[in-house]
Unconditional design. Structure first.
Length: 167
């Protein structure tokens, strides 16, 4: 049986090419990491094979987190914003969501350590929102913090391991 060209794996992804979109670059990275994960897991030619496979799978999950495509985020989004959304225009030209019948947004289903928020935001938006008693802002800022942490950890793993994964 003839081996398929790697181009076939990227065909659907390359058909929707956007040179201005960072999400396209991340999608390419994720696809390549998935292919590398499968190759390294099957061929077992590295001495630290289990660690490399683990690190690559962590990177793939981190990409899903900071691209807001993981199960926890999708569950929270569905619980919080399913149904019809109504907006109204404010005096400054911006829009805000307005629905008097809308239920409050759901708590985020996973724990996020917010004690070190200053390291990622250079401020304390979650602590400030807690002092104001603004529950919605606390939840949204916690999700933003989770995304920043996932992005930071993804780049940290790549920085430390990218050149040594194939040794």
């Amino acid at each position: 049986m003839k081996k398929r060209s790697p181009i076939h794996a990227y065909k659907r992804l390359l058909a929707d090419d956007h040179d201005w979109d960072y999400a396209y670059l991340i999608a390419l990275e994720k696809k390549k990491l998935q292919r590398m994960h499968d190759c390294i897991k099957q061929e077992c030619h590295l001495e630290n094979n289990a660690i490399v496979v683990r690190d690559i799978s962590i990177c793939i999950r981190l990409i899903d987190i900071f691209m807001e495509n993981d199960a926890a985020y999708n569950t929270w989004l569905h619980k919080s914003y399913s149904g019809e959304m109504k907006f109204r225009k404010l005096e400054n030209g911006k829009y805000e969501m307005y629905d008097p019948d809308r239920k409050t947004i759901a708590d985020f289903p996973v724990y996020v350590n917010v004690r070190n928020e200053r390291r990622f935001f250079r401020a304390t938006p979650i602590k400030d929102a807690q002092q104001q008693g603004n529950r919605d802002l606390i939840i949204h800022d916690t999700i933003r913090l989770r995304i920043q942490k996932a992005l930071h950890l993804y780049h940290l793993i790549r920085e430390y391991n990218l050149l040594t994964w194939w040794d």
